[in-house]
Design a binder for this molecule. Structure first.
Ligand code: C5P
Length: 394
């Protein structure tokens, strides 16, 4: 599992840092390639020399030492997994805040690899609401957490806060590389958010889509182990964890990004794509001339991304569209299924507060029939849809 895997160890300040030397031996014995970053706190507990000898690589401890080659970015890109062990209370707080005031902080912000933290601290520090909040925030961002164990501390005290044992940490690291979830090994393409179609350099046509439903679907697919490409129009919500995000503005850019992302086994088109764009975008801001009539905008038809993907030479095996309607929801959804050539339609009535809201009430329309789902949070709709996708097992 770990042969040839590039693992970056970040060692921060805790008396438990010595266990990382044993961990490094276990990882190397399995053929992993290691590098290590020693924080200022970590260097109080293990030496750079022991860490270098055991990892078999030079240890970095200075943000500025390798900056001629932009060392922190190179390290961040090199790593296939980043393991912060031990993770001190201070390091967790720095991570939660996104601080980049040392090499470890910069690497942790710059990496796209999965990150595992193994906390180690005094039980009171572990149980402090600040640490609890930091851990919850990191976990919500997709950071995995191993431990801590419960037991005696270095000080005459006992409780949760011990760094997990090297063997357990090795297993948690191996799990980062294991294909997980019902959709492991699958590539899913998701569109989300509105598109913006320019009128002139300062004005555009858009819609009320928040991207919440599409982003929730991307997150739920990733949680089932799928590799997810999320192509999104401009939204004001955070990127879902563990998803690769491609940002676009117009429908034509969205189509190009989707085609570039193929092949995929699954496509979910949840974006509220503008059906029309202004036929000719003005090169300069349109001026209001006193006394003159209001301008008329000539419109052109945008490409239909869902229909294009459904009839594509590299068609995903399962193509799912949305039908946001304000009336005759099911009728339109069935018609859309045929016209667009997709497999399923998630139909919803957007006449109420659905667009931009937290909840959704949908029908799942397939060629086999219609299911009515109760009103529920968009995250739950996403999970149910992903469960159905996994059962279909494309
Ligand atoms: O035709 P209508 O816009 O109602 O269809 C909605 C479905 O089609 C959604 O899944 C939406 O993402 C997709 N769509 C698209 N490209 C368009 C218009 C809609 O992918 N230009």
């Amino acid at each position: 599992m770990l042969r040839g895997r590039r693992i970056l160890l970040i060692v921060s300040g805790s008396v438990a840092a010595y266990k990382v030397l044993i961990l490094a031996r276990l990882l190397r014995a399995e053929g992993a390639e290691l590098r290590a970053v020693l924080t200022a706190g970590g260097a109080r507990f293990v030496t750079k020399e022991s860490l270098a000898a055991i990892t078999g690589a030079a240890v970095q401890d200075d943000l500025w030492a390798a900056e001629a080659e932009i060392g922190h970015i190179r390290l961040a890109r090199w790593a296939e997994a980043v393991v912060v062990a031990p993770a001190s209370a201070n390091r967790l707080a720095q991570m939660a805040q996104g601080l980049a005031d040392d090499l470890a902080g910069c690497v942790l912000l710059a990496t796209r690899a999965p990150v595992l933290v193994a906390p180690a601290m005094n039980p009171a520090m572990w149980e402090h609401p600040a640490t609890r909040a930091n851990i919850a925030l990191l976990a919500a961002r997709g950071v995995r957490v191993a431990g801590p164990d419960d037991g005696p501390m270095a000080e005459p005290e006992s409780g949760p806060g011990r760094l997990v044992e090297p063997e357990a940490l090795r297993a948690a690291i191996a799990a980062l590389f294991a294909p997980r979830g019902l959709l492991a090994g699958r590539h899913a393409l998701v569109t989300s958010g509105p598109t913006q179609e320019p009128i002139d350099p300062v004005r555009y046509i858009a819609n009320r889509s928040s991207g919440r439903q599409g982003h929730a679907i991307a997150a739920a697919l990733a949680a089932e182990g799928a590799r997810v490409t999320l192509v999104t129009g401009p939204v004001a919500i955070p990127d879902p964890p563990g998803v690769s995000v491609v940002r676009v503005t117009t429908a034509r850019e969205m189509l190009a990004a989707c085609e570039a992302a193929l092949p995929a086994e699954i496509a979910v088109c949840a974006a509220a794509v503008a059906d029309w764009r202004v036929a000719e975008e003005a090169g300069q801001k349109l001026k209001k001339t006193p006394g003159a009539a209001a301008p008329t905008l000539a419109m052109a038809l945008n490409p239909d991304i869902l229909a294009t993907l459904s009839r594509h030479a590299r068609r995903p095996r399962l193509v799912i569209g949305f039908a946001a309607e304000t009336e005759h929801v099911l009728e339109h959804a069935r018609e859309k299924l045929e016209r667009k050539g997709c497999d399923w339609i998630v139909a919803n009535d957007v006449s109420g507060d659905v667009m931009g809201g937290e909840e959704n009430a949908v029908h799942l329309v397939t060629r086999q029939g219609v299911e009515q789902w109760p009103r529920m949070p968009k995250a739950r709709v996403a999970e149910q849809l992903v469960a159905r996708i996994a059962a279909f097992a494309p």
